[in-house]
Design a protein around this ligand. Structure first.
Ligand code: NAI
Length: 335
């Protein structure tokens, strides 16, 4: 029996993500919390003929929504409009994440917390530092969701190489994405050297990297002020939540997806820092889980890194460091 709670469930990401979770055989109770419309979304989903029991919770019902939750997914917050960076969202979303995570510390202290709200590079440090202040921080249980970058990296690699010959499905094992979740902190790493050489040889690598790093802007512009990626994000968020749920239910993962985690607190974290030659505290990398908790941060992928990718990693860690400090400063300012 697994209870999953979605915070921000009536939003553009929250609704389709909740639908996907309602379809998931590992979910027995689906608690949908939002400041608005949660009851309506839950009633709608409760008519879907799958087993998960679906309940909506409004503004004043956060404790009930969280009670007994094993997994909490947080897409609550404001999305980007054209011309905005993810960092522009920080002021509003940091406060929302801090408040929601503090409630998790009180009502479901052992839940796995999956942070979707942007800017992930800073909201995850906000979440971790808030929990640390409350004496409830368990590094393996807080994960920033960066799966959309992986989904995009696979799709765009297939597009660049020619989808007839290189199907999107087949790209899953050939590329991962590490670092962070905004602009130049997003570092796609092509694990298959033949494909990497093909891209470079055809002079497509720069455009490919640019599209992975700034693909979110395509969606923000096309939606003309109505928000950022919601449908592709819901699916990406579901892929990651499913990896957590599979692990809780002792099922082997399909693939080791990356997420954005606190390195010093996790096995493999210090080794990864050493391999990257950096002290950066938070970083997205493929992880191993046990019972839905991160138990090891992988670093074998560093052996496949090309000199160009290595340069990108150097830029990435500098920017990440500033993003992390911003998150930590936010929590300290509340002391
Ligand atoms: P949205 O505005 O459609 O939905 C957000 C929902 O959060 C709304 O229903 C709102 O009522 C709710 N909300 C706001 N404050 C809340 C609180 N204190 N408690 C509970 N619910 C609250 O936004 P959308 O498009 O769903 O995006 C949500 C977040 O996800 C944004 O921060 C966005 O930037 C981020 N995002 C993250 C991605 C990632 O890859 N990690 C990709 C795309 C978006």
């Amino acid at each position: 029996m697994t209870k999953v709670t979605v915070l921000g469930a009536a939003g553009g990401i929250g609704q389709p993500l909740s639908l996907l979770l309602k379809m998931c055989p590992f979910v027995s109770t689906l608690a949908l919390y939002d400041l608005r419309l949660a009851a309506g979304v839950a009633r709608d989903l409760s008519h879907v003929n799958t087993n998960a029991h679906c309940i909506g919770y409004g503004k004043d019902e956060l404790p009930d929504a969280l009670m007994g939750a094993q997994v909490v997914v947080i897409p609550a917050g404001v999305p980007r409009k054209p011309g905005m960076t993810r960092d522009d969202l920080f002021r509003v979303n940091a406060g929302i994440v801090a408040q929601l995570v503090a409630a998790c510390a009180e009502h479901c202290p052992n839940a796995r917390i999956l942070v979707i709200s942007n800017p992930v590079n800073s909201t995850v440090p906000v979440a971790c530092e808030t929990l640390r202040r409350l004496g409830k921080f368990q590094p393996g249980r807080v994960m920033g969701v960066t799966t959309l970058d992986v989904v995009r990296a696979q799709t765009f690699l297939s597009d660049a190489l020619g989808p007839q010959q290189y199907s999107r499905e087949s790209m899953k094992k050939h590329v991962t994405v590490v670092g962070g979740h905004s602009g130049t902190t997003i570092v796609p790493v092509i694990l298959n050297p033949t494909l990497a050489q093909k891209l470079v040889h055809r002079k497509l690598w720069d455009a490919y990297v640019q599209r992975v790093q700034f693909g979110g802007d395509e969606v923000v512009q096309a939606k003309q002020g109505a928000g950022s990626a919601t449908l592709s994000m819901a699916l990406a968020g579901y892929y990651f939540a499913e990896q957590v749920l599979r692990s809780i239910h002792h099922e082997a993962p399909d693939a080791l997806l990356p997420c954005y985690v606190y390195l010093p607190g996790l096995p493999g974290g210090r080794e990864l820092q050493a391999r990257l030659g950096t002290q950066v505290e938070y970083f997205a990398a493929p992880v191993r889980m046990d019972r839905g908790v991160v138990v090891h941060v992988e670093s074998e992928w560093t052996e496949k890194v090309t000199p160009q990718e290595r340069k990108m990693l150097d830029v990435c860690v500098q920017e990440l460091d500033a993003n992390v400090r911003k998150g930590k400063r936010f929590v300290q300012s509340k002391l």
